[in-house]
Design a binder for this molecule. Sequence first.
Ligand code: XIL
Length: 304
Amino acid sequence: ASTLGAAAAEKGRYFGTAVAANRLGESDYVTTLNREFNSITAENEMKWDALEPSRNSFNFSTADRIANHARSQGMKLRGHTLVWHSQLPSWVGSLGSASEVRSAMNNHINQVMGRYKGQVHSWDVVNEAFEDGSSGARRNSVFQQRLGNGYIEEAFRTARAADPDAKLCYNDYNTDNWSHAKTQAVYNMVKDFKARGVPIDCVGFQAHFNSGNPVPSNYHTTLQNFADLGVDVQITELDIEGSGTSQAEQYRGVVQACLAVSRCTGITVWGVTDKYSWRSSGTPLLFDGNYNKKPAYDAVLAAL
Ligand code: XIL
């Protein structure tokens, strides 16, 4: 196959990208998006601050533009993200009691998942709930502070009821290296959820790599060990700082690691072009600022 999406489809996977709604008017952007990718994640438009800027007042217009683009192009849609400490409107942190935070969280999940029911194949139900570093501790978010450890499983149970057909994912970064404490902490949570029947279907690996945090040589081990718990794994926000051959080789390694795990169901890169990467000083993506294919693109296509 001659495109990322078609090549991934031949392997029974999707190949997606993050999309920003305000770029959908740029013809080179849309041409590249529509040609190469068969799954979309909203880069910011389905986050809490975008959808529910004040309590129980929802604005779906920008997120709908992305969902409509995916539907009109026959692309899959990943949902990102329901419960996250960041890009969270300040009103959530100002709620007076645990029961108010609980009802706000569950209402948000119900309203957002209800809106996109039947369209989103996988939802990042909870994003980045663990600390970096060696502690393996939970991040001290509004949800953790007010609701304690139980908020994650509550979010998953609410999500299952809201859209029983969507795959429910836990998503995080710095969970790629099997020997890291954070990886082990997430693994132990998923293992516990599976043992106790908490509804979880997938684990998302953001996969934001750079020279200080390169693609680990044990990546396949990490993905396989999670899959062996009985969940799908997905590469959800892939980008790799660098250029040329070394960047291409790292991209190749990520694709090979995913393809070697039968439950690794898809890969999403975190943007179409270096021109609009969230890493504004870098060049971490597959197309350069002029939408030319980079060596990393060729390596990914060849590896698929
Ligand atoms: C980033 C977006 O790319 C930026 O446009 C925004 O300013 C900040 O968020 N982990 C995630 C993503 O789960 O939602 C983040 O996206 C990147 C890190």
